[in-house]
Design a protein around this ligand. Structure first.
Ligand code: NZQ
Ligand code: ZN
Length: 390
């Protein structure tokens, strides 16, 4: 096991009616002026925004609002938010929504005090040195941004989708009421479940040895997801199933199962090119890329994929690692397709003639000539993986 340090100070406030405690939580973390950030209006229609604002008003907290954050959030909305924040001078940002809203708030939080362009943090020209505190009200379990150190934004002019990372952007608190997720359409629920499975697998696919704690945590979470997901799909108002999925989305990405090991992140890097170019839903893009990557990797470095196949995906141990790993890759693809009703090819994702060369060129411009994860991949390899997803 490799050395590690973990700083994960987020207070998770989980369960029914917890959104009513948002105002008190903002107060607890020292806020008096809160900038609320949200998306296209689901929280207006559900009445959640009103309830949260009432809770803030009860605590005497002054607010302003930035609305209209779109899925696959963009830099221009971040600039709008930084301008508004500099006028309003909040002492906390409060995203209410999912990864797109939270990440927009994170980017505003680090851009607020920074003299340069916040995009410097995404293209690694600068390191994050300060950030406004963030509290979250989560409405979709998926990206795990409520507990993560990451912030993923697309630069509109270049169509580059890239992340910044810092302990400073882990939220101070995250309010998580599974009932708030009852209104999610099946597509968003299933895309979110796929994303959390990918967050687990990106960590699981590792050449680090003697990392049994991380492996078993990952396997346990995947088994739990596969047990509970059909219930959520069948009955979106199954509270306990929703609760399990919601908590899993957080633990999948708050680094609990990634400590002391190398990580992969190939499927994510390849997917970000799809959502940047075609505005695909992130989790659905992963349902296309993850099985293609697993199939390619199964032939070149089968040990971890075969272990996954045996322990999680119900594949019998034949003694042939390559064959078992390939069977595992196929089983996961079938499960995503048949149980979650996810697209598993570009065509099913609605992209008829994807420009694979363009995405591949951008991928390596961002990630270097050779991506060194679970297997090493040059431009020919990643192009072959994109082709497997056609
Ligand atoms: O905008 P509104 O109207 O609120 O609708 C949203 C949006 O259209 C809707 N929604 C959310 N909660 C709802 C709801 N609809 C009905 N009822 C509810 N309770 O869902 C849609 C998707 O929202 P979004 O925030 O985009 O979802 P998600 O959490 O999947 O976030 C995806 C973004 O996060 C990034 C992705 O790349 C993508 O840009 N990621 C961020 C990560 C991080 N910061 O750690 C890691 C991930 O790997 C990922 O890359
Ligand atoms: Zn993801």
């Amino acid at each position: 096991m490799n050395n590690f340090s973990l700083y994960a100070p987020t207070e998770y406030v989980f369960g029914r009616h917890t959104e009513e405690r948002t105002g008190a939580l903002c107060r607890k973390y020292g806020a008096q002026r809160v900038m609320i950030v949200y998306g296209g209006g689901s929280i207006v229609r559900s009445g959640l925004l009103e309830r949260v604002k009432n809770s803030l008003a009860t605590e005497g907290i002054t607010t302003c609002e930035l609305s209209g954050v779109q899925p696959n959030p963009i830099d221009t909305k971040v600039y709008e938010g930084i301008t508004l924040a500099r006028e309003f001078k909040p002492d906390m940002l409060l995203p209410i929504g999912g990864g797109s809203v939270i990440d927009t708030a994170k980017a505003i939080a680090v851009g607020y005090d920074y003299e340069g362009d916040f995009w410097d943090f995404h293209c690694k020209r600068a390191e994050i040195a300060s950030a406004l505190p963030i509290g979250v009200v989560l409405t979709i379990p998926a990206a795990g941004s409520e507990g993560s150190t990451s912030c993923v934004i697309t630069q509109v002019s270049s169509k580059i989708k890239a992340g910044s990372h810092s302990d400073l952007i882990r939220p101070r608190f995250a309010v998580m009421n599974p009932e708030l997720t009852f209104t999610l359409p099946e597509w968003q629920t299933a895309s979110g479940i796929t994303d959390m499975m990918a967050h687990i697998l990106e960590r699981y696919l590792s050449n680090s040895v003697d990392v049994q704690i991380g492996d078993r945590l990952a396997e346990g979470m995947l088994l739990a997801i596969m047990e509970v997901a059909p219930r959520v799909i069948a009955n979106p108002e199954d509270y306990d199933a929703r609760a399990n999925i919601m908590w899993c989305g957080t633990v999948a990405h708050n680094d609990s199962c990634s400590l002391g090991r190398e990580e992969d992140w190939t499927s994510h890097a390849m997917e970000h090119e799809i959502s940047a170019e075609y505005d695909a839903t992130h989790g659905a893009g992963l349902a296309v890329m993850m099985p293609a990557f697993l199939r390619y990797a199964a032939e070149r470095n089968p040990h971890k994929i075969a272990q996954l196949a045996h322990r999680v995906l119900g594949i019998a141990d034949t003694g042939d690692l390559h064959a078992d790993a390939l069977a595992g890759a196929g089983a996961l693809k079938t499960w995503l397709h048949d149980v979650l009703h996810m697209p598993v090819t570009f065509a099913e994702l609605g992209i008829k003639n994807p420009d694979l060369e363009l995405m591949n060129t951008r991928l390596h411009r961002l990630k270097g000539d050779v991506m060194k994860g679970y297997i090493h991949l040059d431009a020919d390899d990643t192009l072959a993986i994109y082709r497997l997803a056609l």
